[in-house]
Design a binder for this molecule. Structure first.
Ligand SMILES: [Cu+2]
Length: 194
């Protein structure tokens, strides 16, 4: 009987913890262009090596684009400056090729096909969807940003990747479309992406 009861609780525990995981991983988010139109989705899932992001996006210029995790879950067009700087919990320099890099939010460039679609995967190494320093859901969350140009992997603060052309909020919060616009002062006098 005791064995029966304890295995019952074990099963219950497994069910409960998998329910809990489900809300965080996988996590599907919507990606928007600067006009606020949906470009598709990104699905995040936590893996041993980091957070895998499955991209299913359309409407981009063909070619390579920088893709980063930015520090705030705010995607206000047309410039998406509301997303803040890169997610950088280790306070390193930017760039996967930089000797003093990289930001945790730095990732290899993604390529949009001739029809403007990105259908592929990237991984945010070291990141989690848990409740820790490296979590993309830390605090209110973070954001996924795609730039018009590619990241050169070296120059500060953001690899000369140009304008932010797509943004998706990585958050567990409900849609906050009705919230008042962000106070620009909130992002502070931090370095601007070029
Ligand atoms: Cu960026």
């Amino acid at each position: 009987m005791i064995r029966y009861v304890s295995s019952f609780f074990l099963v219950l525990l497994v069910i409960l913890s998998s329910c809990n995981d489900k809300s965080r991983s996988p996590l599907e988010i919507d990606i928007y262009n600067p006009e606020g139109d949906s470009l598709g989705t990104a699905t995040l899932s936590e893996q041993a090596e980091g957070v895998k992001i499955k991209l299913n996006i359309t409407g981009l210029e063909p070619g390579f684009h920088a893709i980063h995790i930015h520090e705030f879950p705010k995607c206000e067009g047309p410039d998406f400056k509301s997303a803040g700087n890169h997610f950088n919990p280790d306070s390193k320099l930017h760039g996967l090729m930089h000797p003093e890099g990289a930001h945790v939010g730095d990732m290899p460039n993604v390529e949009a096909a001739e029809d403007g679609k990105i259908d592929g995967e990237v991984t945010v190494e070291k990141a989690t969807l848990a409740d820790d320093k490296y979590s993309l859901l830390k605090g209110e969350g973070t954001s996924l940003v795609i730039h018009e140009s590619q990241d050169n992997g070296m120059s500060q603060p953001a690899g000369d990747a140009g304008a932010r052309v797509a943004c998706g909020k990585i958050t567990l919060a409900e849609d906050d479309k009705d919230q008042s616009p962000t106070n620009p002062a909130e992002t502070g006098p931090e370095e601007e992406e070029k």
